[in-house]
Design a protein around this ligand. Structure first.
Ligand code: ADP
Length: 431
């Protein structure tokens, strides 16, 4: 069927009454609309399938499919859902209208037609449809833009991931390369200091001691970097062993003694005798202890004290879950109000290790942040403490890998305590 190019919006008129169709066509064509005609429901659906109109004028009583069925189908189909349907009803037929609303009709027109009413309704519905089409088109555009941006972001993320891996590999290689030559340097410095390689005069001894301290500092930094890379790659794997934590503490305290002495800080231990063995990774817990000791010494002025304690505690997991005094107070208040909401199931025996200093302390609003990577409370270029801000991030990660947490209690100008709990070796039933 050949038809002229549409001049205006396309209206499909559906009615089995030919004079009615002709009348509607005459009104609509004169008003500049392009009219398509169908004489029953099936023909109407075929016409819609061929080319979706902008509006449908639909009679109700027709052979084959009636108007309600046609309307229902149009409103169910994705591509015709938003085409306005005006149902043609006889005057005052309320029931027809109710059913029409039920099947999704947008408006009604009563017979006999009033030309003015017809054109006003058609015009207003087409205006709404036009706005709707604009919104749809805009939505589609937005969706395309979002999809484009998402794809761009995805690409950028992949690139970042690759770069991150490259950075991490590079750091790992560099750290290993830096560590290798340090081993013989440390060995020779120690041999010289113990005079295995010959006697030293006081000036040589002083010089070698300074070299030894610097090498130790470099070694610590490289070890921290390697631990950080492992953590960054989620590669912390624990080698759990049963061991007495007191010996580990003594060992790490001894390592820290020269630095404390040099700064004029007293380094004490208060270790409860006969503590049961803990189950943890001694290498990683040693790293935690050294890191906390280094910080305690670093942030305590000369004349101060650093004390490492270890004691047996029995209690809820609360203390190891909270990082500030306010958290503990909140939790206690909650416990008093609603005891059942606080998980006390994990009450158990632990060895609690703490490192207390009489140093500069940490402002309350910074306590949470000090565990973030690269965070330093005082990061100004004038700070004289050294370090790169990864020590506590590593401490946190290692303790979390052990199912534990670090708890901080601190007061500015008074000092800080960092403590953590380690699980005991579970008792196996005696034979
Ligand atoms: P770094 O010591 O290399 O700066 P850390 O991650 O070990 O990095 O510590 C982060 C920050 O937390 C420190 O820069 C310091 O501001 C604060 N901090 C850590 N330990 C103490 C402490 N014992 N006393 C006061 N401030 C501390």
């Amino acid at each position: 069927m050949l038809s002229d190019e549409p001049r205006g919006p396309k209206v499909l008129v559906v009615d089995d009454n030919i004079p009615n169709v002709e009348l509607l066509e005459a009104y609509l064509t004169a008003a500049g609309y392009h009219v398509e005609k169908a004489y029953d429901g099936e023909e109407a659906l075929e016409a819609v399938n061929r080319d979706v109109p902008d509006l449908v004028l639909l009679d109700i009583m027709m052979p084959k499919l009636d108007g309600y069925q046609v309307c229902q189908r149009l409103k169910q189909e994705e591509k015709t859902r938003f085409v306005p349907v005006v149902m043609i009803t006889a005057l005052k037929e309320l029931e027809d209208r109710i059913r029409g609303i039920e099947v999704g009709a947008d408006d009604f027109l009563t017979k006999p037609f009033n030309k003015h009413e017809l054109l006003t309704r058609v015009k207003s519905l087409l205006r709404i449809k036009g706005l709707h089409d604009e919104v749809e088109a805009y939505n589609r555009l937005l969706e395309e833009k979002v999809a484009e941006r998402t794809a761009e972001l995805q690409r950028a993320m992949e690139e970042l991931k690759e770069l991150d891996e490259m950075k991490s590999n590079f750091l790992a290689t560099i750290s290993h390369e830096l560590r290798t030559p340090l081993t013989p340097i440390k060995g020779y410095v120690q041999s010289m200091l113990s005079e295995v390689l010959g006697p030293l005069n006081p000036t040589q001894r002083k010089g070698l001691s300074i070299i030894s301290e610097s090498v130790d500092r470099l070694h610590g930094l490289i070890e921290d970097l390697l631990a950080f890379i492992k953590m960054d790659r989620d590669e912390i794997s624990l080698d759990l062993q049963n061991f007495p934590v007191s010996s580990l503490i003594q060992e790490r305290v001894e390592r820290a003694l020269p630095k404390a002495k040099e700064k004029g800080i007293v380094l004490n231990t208060e270790l409860e005798p006969n503590l049961p063995d803990v189950k943890a990774d001694p290498e990683e817990i040693g790293r935690v202890l050294s890191s906390l000791l280094d910080n305690a010494i670093k942030f305590t002025p000369s004349g101060g004290t650093v004390t490492v304690k270890a004691k047996l505690v029995h209690g809820p997991v609360i203390a190891s879950e909270l990082v500030s005094d306010e958290d503990v107070a909140d939790e206690l208040r909650r416990y008093i109000r609603e005891p059942s909401t606080v998980n006390r199931q994990q009450d158990s025996d632990f060895v609690e290790v703490s490192v207390t200093d009489t140093g500069i302390g940490i402002p309350p609003d910074k306590i949470e942040k000090i565990f973030d990577q690269f965070y330093q409370v005082d990061s100004s270029s004038t700070r004289g403490y050294g370090g790169v801000g990864i020590g506590l991030a590593i401490v946190k990660q290692i303790l979390e890998a052990h199912g534990s947490r670090v708890v901080v209690r601190s007061k500015e100008g008074v000092g800080s305590t960092f403590s953590f709990r380690l699980p005991l070796v579970s008792k196996s039933p005696s034979p």
